[in-house]
Design a binder for this molecule. Sequence first.
Ligand SMILES: NC(=O)c1ccc[n+]([C@@H]2O[C@H](COP(=O)([O-])OP(=O)(O)OC[C@H]3O[C@@H](n4cnc5c(N)ncnc54)[C@H](OP(=O)(O)O)[C@@H]3O)[C@@H](O)[C@H]2O)c1
Length: 334
Amino acid sequence: MIAPFRAFVVHQTDSGFKMGIELLNQHDLPADDVLIQVAYSAINYKDALVCSPNGRVARASPLIPGLELTGVVVESADPRFQPGDRVLANDSGYSMGVARHGGYSEYARVPGDFLFRLSEGVDFKQALVLSAETTAMMGLRQLELLGLTPQSGPVLVTGATGGIGSVAVSLLARRGYTVAASTGKPEAHGYLRQLGASEILSREQTSAASSRPLEAERWAGSIDNVGGATLAYLMRTTKKGGAIAAIGVSGGALVQTTVFPLILRGIKVLGVDMPSTPLEMRRELWQEVVSEALPPGLVDVMTSEVTLSDIPKVAQAMLGGQTRGRVLVKLSDE
Ligand SMILES: NC(=O)c1ccc[n+]([C@@H]2O[C@H](COP(=O)([O-])OP(=O)(O)OC[C@H]3O[C@@H](n4cnc5c(N)ncnc54)[C@H](OP(=O)(O)O)[C@@H]3O)[C@@H](O)[C@H]2O)c1
């Protein structure tokens, strides 16, 4: 039996919303097969919503948020995992940290199906960068299935300094694409160039309203983490036959556009839905991102570390578009 441990817990009840650090016991965790001592979790946009009174995505209370975590197996009733194994737990935001306890805790108990074993050479922080890269990879895979190649022309990443945006810029650059990045952070241009962007657009430019249904053809493809007016911009400016991988909604859900980009340029809007992506496919994407090794030093450039007590402040900053790269929550010493 493990000693009482610290966890960040969100309560949303009829009497109101509260969150903070609590001392829990092993029996407070779900009765799943694998007990993990958590090394790091991460703050994703959806986590930030869970930690916000108006987020409306949490489906349980009390809830330990944290869509993903890395750590070491302490006990396992699942024959695939043994104590001492280093693992990533991620069910792509379907239930962990939303409908059942997640990673903002010194210990977590999860089903073996959520786990990806970390191979030699992949440390806990790298694993959480690669975990975000599986979503970017899913978007890129869909674009490439439709014929996108580095020769097709430039590819634009929107919300480029965000967790998924950052890995998308780097992934595209490593694959030889000419990458343009759109950001609302003028101070982050150097960061984006370091990740591999060769052109930077302002968020104003890529979310401007326009009465024109079609504008000059610019992008062979795009990975869109923003949605809203930005998705409408991408539709107006995607080259004939090009495609958009629609991943995110950080700029809003309402898209005002016309049918003309679809029927006069044959562009495609490809939705990425990781929570519904079958486990086999997610394991395939994981193998793919692990095999495309991250350049040395990239993890340090792309990550920042916070503690459990920083979560409320960082969640608000993330919802305001103020965070950069992958924000990792440190739970224990490696
Ligand atoms: N489809 C799926 O399966 C799936 C999976 C995972 C995540 N997601 C979604 O993908 C999106 C990105 O997730 P993330 O974890 O990378 O979030 P994140 O780290 O918060 O990044 C989002 C980025 O979007 C930009 N942004 C924020 N507010 C904006 C606004 N009002 N208007 C325009 N741009 C804004 C900011 O980048 P700049 O400052 O650089 O512009 C921000 O860093 C989220 O909407 C998330 O829910 C979807």
